[in-house]
Design a binder for this molecule. Structure first.
Ligand SMILES: Cc1cc2nc3c(=O)[nH]c(=O)nc-3n(C[C@H](O)[C@H](O)[C@H](O)COP(=O)(O)OP(=O)(O)OC[C@H]3O[C@@H](n4cnc5c(N)ncnc54)[C@H](O)[C@@H]3O)c2cc1C
Length: 427
């Protein structure tokens, strides 16, 4: 399964080339086997290789094939559940640890990008969470208060300040989060892969793990072309897990999310849209996101998949919304369109799993995996290296549980977004 314009859209077109990677063949031995070459797996591999461990990454398709190559590129701080909700769910000590850990995660991404000179259109200029109506305004006020109580550099904007920073729209305000920013997500994943290779990690593409077994000697992993034996396993497959890692995928309900990108806009128009280059999304329950890329393309996203009938409905909705937000655009043509699956857990918190005696996994980033995936990957590496104890992790260990009513809820998400966009595109 190659990364293609249809599946990975704009990011496939504008990312620097992927490092040339072989397929696993023959029998290999490592200290740590990492499965999945998204942010979590690559960040873990980089940390392990820098510490001198022999680490081998096995990727079913290509670097960034999963969420890492398809997302919006918003490098967000924290999760979308409010900080106080996290504390209530995990208790004060662990909850505040998770809030602090993920609040600092964008800076960890920006530091990695700088340290390894990753060319990924990084723009650490903040994000705008745009409020729709009175309910949206109330939501961002609560969010702002909870972050500000923890000393985070977030600022509540009134309607006219929001309009100036967005360059349009009639939002009732916005939350400017100065910790956050945007990247070209596939370019970031490929850059992480290069950094891990340079540090001594081995990465194999087109090497799906089809069997995984823990024996007294460690983990035995099989791919169609070879096998890998390792003392430790890090499973970083998240919403795209297949084979032995499909249960990690099935503990999430998958929400389809699409993106559509315009051609590069004329400079005069670019200057009027998100002039500070913040990435933005709104408070609607079927949310929309919008951001610019480095070449001046506007990337619009919302819930839904661009396949079958949905494609036409979601494209019409996007045109309609953009016409409202930025009337200066006129008739909009899209240069690229793609979608992916966001994995949602029941309480919107990620999961930490122990797999057997010497395997670990974190999954379920609920649409916030760029910064959290990066820092959790490194943390799992530190756990394997014995630098942190399991008790110090900001998530408790949990059993892998299949999400209730998963298929029914996924069908509702898909149909619901189509219906909502169909209605909104007509009125
Ligand atoms: C459309 C969309 C928009 C999003 N927007 C944002 C956003 O703006 N900001 C944000 O922070 N997050 C966003 N996310 C979420 C984010 O992309 C994910 O949370 C993140 O990619 C998770 O990283 P990961 O490394 O854990 O997993 P992934 O990036 O999904 O990588 C998992 C990898 O594991 C591989 N794999 C699976 N099974 C096997 C196997 N058996 N053998 C070998 N390899 C295997 C897959 O091929 C895949 O490459 C979005 C996601 C989507 C889909």
């Amino acid at each position: 399964m190659p990364i293609a314009p249809r599946s990975h859209g704009l990011w496939q077109v504008t990312a620097p080339p992927a490092p040339a990677l072989a397929q696993l063949s023959g029998a290999l031995r490592a200290d740590v086997a990492v499965v999945g070459a998204g942010y979590a797996g690559l960040s873990a591999a980089l940390r392990l290789a820098e510490a001198g461990a022999r680490v081998v990454v096995l990727e079913a398709a290509e670097v960034g094939f999963g969420g890492a190559g398809r997302n919006v590129g918003l490098v967000n701080a924290g999760l979308w559940v409010m900080p106080d909700v996290i504390r209530a769910a995990l208790g004060e000590a662990r909850g505040e640890a998770l809030i602090g850990f993920l609040g600092a995660a964008p800076q960890a991404v920006f530091d990695l990008v700088a340290r390894h000179a990753i060319a990924c259109e990084v723009a650490p200029v903040g994000t705008l969470h745009c409020a729709v109506g009175a309910a949206g305004r109330a939501e961002i006020e609560v969010r702002a208060a909870q972050w500000q109580a923890r000393g985070a550099p977030v600022r509540l904007l009134n309607a006219s300040e929001a309009r100036a920073m967005v360059g349009g729209g009639d939002f009732s305000g916005a939350l400017l989060d100065l910790r956050a920013g945007t990247i070209q997500p596939l370019a970031y994943a490929r850059g992480l892969a290069r950094a891990a290779l340079d540090a001594g990690a081995q990465i194999f593409a087109s090497s799906p793990v089809v069997a995984a077994q823990e024996t007294p000697a460690g983990w035995q992993l099989a791919t169609p072309g070879g096998s890998l034996e390792a003392d430790h396993l890090i499973a970083a497959t998240d919403a795209y897990g297949t084979g032995p890692f499909a249960p990690l995928r099935r503990e999430q309900v998958h929400l389809p999310y699409f993106n559509l990108a315009t051609a590069p806009l004329p400079q005069a128009m670019r200057d009027t849209i998100l002039p500070g280059r913040q990435g933005a999304w709104d408070t609607q329950s079927i949310l929309t996101s919008f951001r610019m890329d480095a070449a001046g393309r506007l990337v619009f996203g919302s819930v839904g998949a661009l396949d079958r009938a949905g494609g036409a409905i979601h494209r019409a909705y996007a045109r309609r919304m953009l016409a409202r937000l930025y009337p200066q655009l006129g008739a909009v043509a899209f240069e690229a369109g793609w979608h992916g699956m966001i994995g949602m857990t029941a309480d919107a918190l990620p999961r930490f799993h122990r797999l057997g005696r010497s395997g670990v996994a974190v999954a379920g980033y609920n649409g916030r995996g760029i910064a959290p995936g990066t820092v959790f990957g490194a943390l799992l590496a530190d756990l394997v290296l014995g630098r942190v104890r399991e008790a110090d992790l900001p998530l408790p260990p949990s059993a892998v549980e299949v999400a209730r009513w998963r298929l029914a809820r996924e069908a509702v998400y898909a149909a619901g977004s189509g219906l909502a966009h169909l209605v909104a595109a007509r009125f």
